[in-house]
Design a protein. Sequence first.
Length: 219
Amino acid sequence: MTISPKAEALRSRLKTGDLGDRLVAVNEVRELPPEEGFELLQVAIADKNARVRYSAVSQFDTVGTADLAKAEALLRNCLLNDGEMDVKAAAADCLGALQITSAFEDLIKTYEETSEWLLKLSIVAALGVLGDRRCFETLEGALESDTELIKLAAISAFGDLKDERAVPLLLPLVQDDDWQVRYRLAQALKPFADQNEVKGAIAALAEDSVEQVAAEAKV
């Protein structure tokens, strides 16, 4: 593949000793075509600075399709071995966005082993997108999380998963005190809208006192 002059210039900047220049360069990779960007991100993903690695990994959801097999190997390595939690979380996000279903077991393993809420949050979201029903028990546990963002992600993930076993778990949340929970619930229940109990729940949410919840339920 022929590399453009701009890509060559960015490659040089990604190898400089100036952190600020490397950070600017890795963000400018976004302006390149995916094939060129993918090549340069392989340099940045090995950077000694976590901020550079995070910026690189975060771009894989758009450039990873240039070489999906290689992107999978790089992202799984970051998920399992990177020392920075933000980088691991970004890797989980991208594994979900790229629909890399073969990463399922690594995601579950990492979820079970980590106590970091940010990483758990990213994994829950990714599991929903991947759509593998083996994650049901993991999402069921996440729904009971004391961390509100993880609970919200689990609600959305159940909606993405479209597993009818989730309906009895979701219906009680119609009465939840947090309007954001009810808003996510209005979204998550839509795949099950042909069920009578769900119809009643959606009708109740459509009359919610919070405008955003009611509007979402009526869509």
